[in-house]
Design a protein. Structure first.
Length: 161
């Protein structure tokens, strides 16, 4: 396992722990009255789109919710736009790929990080660090063992300059 892969796996585990702690803190905060200024600042931070300024082709940013331990947690994700999600796909899986570095990202399937998904509605990209650390990231459909032969379904591009 390369150091970069190990670092990404550790980052994913840390993100899951942070998400769980955020939910626990949110439950504690819900029982205590908050100052209006603090509540407004927290609401604004939770609503900012972290994918703003990224060129999206075939994807859209969407605010979603999950309920770890029964507590509602909001997060932003990229999902396939309606036109691409409604297409028929057969004979492969969806995977997230950065062609410049030949690295793979992950999708969030319910609350589990997974490398591939079969259904276009399961393409949920919540790994903003992966998106922001590569100039181009592509959602591909095909065999992840042969990413160059897979069809590009959607992409993100960060323009430098």
């Amino acid at each position: 396992m390369s150091a970069r892969t190990a670092f990404r796996a550790a980052g994913l585990a840390l993100a899951a722990v942070t998400l769980g702690l955020t939910a626990a803190q949110g439950a504690q905060a819900a029982t205590a009255p908050a100052a209006p200024a603090q509540a407004a600042a927290a609401a604004t931070a939770a609503e900012e789109n972290p994918f703003e300024g990224i060129d999206l082709e075939g994807l859209k940013a969407e605010k979603r919710f999950m309920y770890p331990a029964g507590h509602r947690v909001a997060y932003w994700a990229l999902v396939l736009d309606e036109e691409r999600a409604s297409r028929t796909y057969s004979g492969g899986t969806f995977f997230l790929y950065a062609p410049a570095t030949k690295e793979f990202g992950w999708f969030l399937d319910t609350d589990i990080a997974t490398r591939t998904v079969k259904n276009p509605r399961q393409v949920v990209i919540a790994d903003r660090d992966f998106i922001r650390s590569h100039p181009r990231v592509e959602v591909r459909y095909g065999n992840p063992d042969q990413p160059k032969k897979a069809r590009v379904v959607a992409r993100t591009t960060i323009w430098m300059g």
